[in-house]
Structure formats: structure tokens, C-alpha cells
Design a binder for this molecule. Structure first.
Ligand SMILES: Cc1ncc(COP(=O)(O)O)c(C=O)c1O
Length: 351
């Protein structure tokens, strides 16, 4: 079977499909030029390209104490190679970050401030607009890991002082796994060097990577079915309205937090306030094993959770849940209140 044979969608060829997806994503993140949307295989690929493309020897980077390894490991790799210095801004145990800490930790060679928008362990929303304003005022570029918030939070790259926004396709954007990308401010697009190079189907007589967008950062054959999935899912999100999605997720999170509060022997981590959180609730039970709890929830009650460190040892060190980790519930726009009651009942039995 040739899966590529069905690739022509509604008469659109590859570049028309890409443009459709770029336009939808540019609408979602509020940027004027769709060519500033770059496709990759996900946030991990995006962050490797962004960090390696922007950082030079002697640069200092500020990041937070709740970052996913997609941020922390590429930075650590550059640090170990002796290219950069990194400081992790201390967050409170619930993940809260004081923007003033950016001021305090800023050095003359701080070139980049890299933050996650919401912790994938604690749900905590970081004060990115304020942190990034301080960073920009002092001459640094700003990079956002929007894995937990793209598609479920309203965005404006200009208003939020974001130079580069990295997104993944398979979470709030509801696209296929293995999709994602990043969006660039005009200044970041100029300053960032390509980290991957190769054929683009453009300026092929030149051995140098083209310097125009999106080709500068998109060598090789694209995941066109993945990109099509993003075009369709993001158009659907825009029709529905991100504000509507966020409001619904907040209501569900508040309800689930309330249900968890009533359960004995359960500790809830994170801000415990839906307004300050993405739709994530992380728990543990004193003396209990979160892996066993996750297994019992799944095999005895059909509830899918994720347990352990969630690729974010820094967040667990911040929360005081390292190395045992937590049990994490992820709610979504389609979650029903009945499901929340059923999950709380199942959790009560497991506890
Ligand atoms: C906060 C955060 N950053 C980065 C990633 C990695 O995203 P991707 O799987 O698209 O590389 C995830 C996914 O788990 C995440 O939650």
C-alpha cells in the first residue's frame, strides 16, 4: 500500500497544505506572517534547533526550576561542552516563580531566558510576560516551551514578549504525534542560525542554507500528513475559541481539585488553584507507590494516568517529590464531570 498516494487533500498539494497549517498556527499565536511558523517533529527537535542556533560560546542562560528535560538536557549538553553557563531560577514548592528572580540572576552575558509556560508536573503557570519583559529590557532573547498551553491558552507573541515559541502537535493542538514546531519573532529569525541544513527545493544552486523563512529552518522532506493534521485541528480550535477551551478546562480542574481535597491520605501538589494552573493535577500518597496506584487505576478502573518523574526531575526536586514522583491526571476540553466523579471514586478505592 502506498500511503503517500492519499496525500493530496481537497486538491491541495504539499506546499498549499503547509501554508494552510502555517496560517492556522499564525492565527493561534497571533503573528502576522505565516512564514514565521516553522515545522519540526516536536518540541524536543525545536528546542535543540533553537538553543543550538542561538547560543554562542560564553553565553549565559536563565531557565526555571520546573523545566522539562526537553529544555534542561540540551542546555546541560551545551554547558558540559563548555559553551554556555546555565542558572536555574528557584521556584517555590508549588512551582510559583517570582519574576524578580530574573532581575537578580541576570548577568552581563545573559543572552537567553528559556521558560516553560506551565509545568508539566505541577500545572503551575509561570509569569512569562513579566519575566520576558525584564529579559528583553536587559537585552536578552526569550524562548517559551508552550507544550502544555498551545491550543488551550490565548497567545500573543508580541504582548507576551516571546521571541521564540516552541509547540508540540499532539497535546492541546490535537494533531498527530511527531508533529510540532516553533514560531519566531522577526529579530529571533535574523539572529538564529540554522542548526540543521540540507535541501529545501529553493536556491538549490547555493551550498549555503537559504536565509529566508521558512526554508532557513526547514531542510528535508516534511511530515505532510502530520502537518495536515495540524491544519485541520488548529482550524477546529480557532472555530471553537481558545477562550472557551481554557474556561472549560479551568472549570474541570477546579472541580477535580475540590474532589481530591475530600480524599483522605492524598497530597495534591502544585498551586491548587485552577486559575493559576494548566489542566493538570499531580498527587501522591504518603507511604504509597505512585506506580502501583497508576497500575491499579488502569487495570481495576480503566483510568489512564501517568506516574513517575514525567521527564521533569527538576520540577520534582522543586516540589519535594524526587525521586518517587507523582501520579498525574490530565484533563481536557472533552472530559466530562461524570468522568471526574468516577475517577475520584476510583482513586478513593485505590487509596
Ligand atoms: C513541558 C514539556 N516540554 C517539552 C515536551 C516535549 O515535547 P515533544 O514530545 O513534542 O518533544 C513535553 C512533552 O511531554 C512537555 O510536557
Amino acid at each position: 500500500m502506498n500511503l503517500n498516494a492519499g496525500r493530496n487533500f481537497e486538491g491541495l498539494d504539499d506546499s498549499a497544505i503547509e501554508l494552510r497549517a502555517r496560517r492556522a498556527l499564525a492565527g493561534l499565536f497571533n503573528v502576522a506572517d505565516p512564514n514565521r511558523v516553522i515545522f519540526t517533529s516536536g518540541i524536543t527537535a525545536s528546542l535543540n534547533m533553537i538553543l543550538n542556533g542561538l547560543l554562542k560560546e560564553g553565553d549565559h542562560v536563565l531557565t526555571s526550576g520546573v523545566e522539562h528535560n526537553a529544555v534542561a538536557r540540551p542546555l546541560e549538553m551545551l554547558r558540559r561542552k563548555g559553551v554556555i553557563e546555565v542558572d536555574h531560577l528557584q521556584c517555590q514548592a508549588d512551582g510559583t516563580l517570582d519574576p524578580e528572580s530574573v532581575h537578580k540572576a541576570f548577568l552581563p552575558n545573559t543572552r537567553l531566558v528559556v521558560l516553560t509556560h506551565a509545568s508539566n508536573v505541577l500545572g503551575t503557570i509561570l509569569p512569562i510576560r513579566e519575566c520576558f519583559r525584564i529579559a528583553r529590557e536587559r537585552g536578552a532573547l526569550t524562548v517559551l516551551d508552550a507544550a502544555q498551553t498551545a491550543g488551550v491558552f490565548p497567545f500573543s507573541m508580541d504582548d507576551q514578549n516571546i521571541d521564540v515559541l516552541a509547540f508540540t502537535g499532539h497535546k492541546g493542538l490535537r494533531g498527530l504525534a511527531g508533529t510540532g514546531g516553533f514560531v519566531l519573532s522577526p529579530s529571533a529569525a535574523e539572529q538564529m542560525a540554522p542548526w540543521l541544513s540540507g535541501g529545501t527545493g529553493s536556491a538549490s544552486d547555493n551550498l549555503e542554507q537559504p536565509d529566508f523563512l521558512p526554508d532557513k529552518f526547514e531542510p528535508g522532506t516534511h511530515n505532510i500528513l502530520g502537518i495536515l493534521s495540524l491544519a485541520l485541528s488548529v482550524e477546529e480550535i480557532l472555530r471553537l475559541g481558545v477562550d472557551v477551551i481554557r474556561a472549560r478546562e479551568m472549570t474541570l480542574t477546579a472541580k477535580f481539585l475540590e474532589l481530591c481535597e475530600g480524599l483522605p491520605n492524598l497530597r495534591v501538589h502544585g498551586p491548587k488553584d485552577a486559575k493559576r494552573s494548566a489542566a493538570i493535577v499531580s498527587v501522591d500518597s504518603p507511604g504509597g507507590d505512585v506506580g502501583v496506584m497508576a497500575g491499579r487505576l488502569y487495570y481495576e478502573h480503566g483510568v489512564i494516568t501517568r506516574s513517575g518523574l514525567h521527564c521533569s526531575p527538576l520540577a520534582h526536586k522543586t516540589a519535594g517529590t524526587f525521586p518517587h514522583g507523582t501520579l498525574r491526571f490530565s484533563l481536557g476540553y472533552d472530559t466530562t464531570e461524570k468522568e471526574l466523579f468516577d475517577v475520584a471514586e476510583a482513586l478513593k478505592k485505590v487509596l
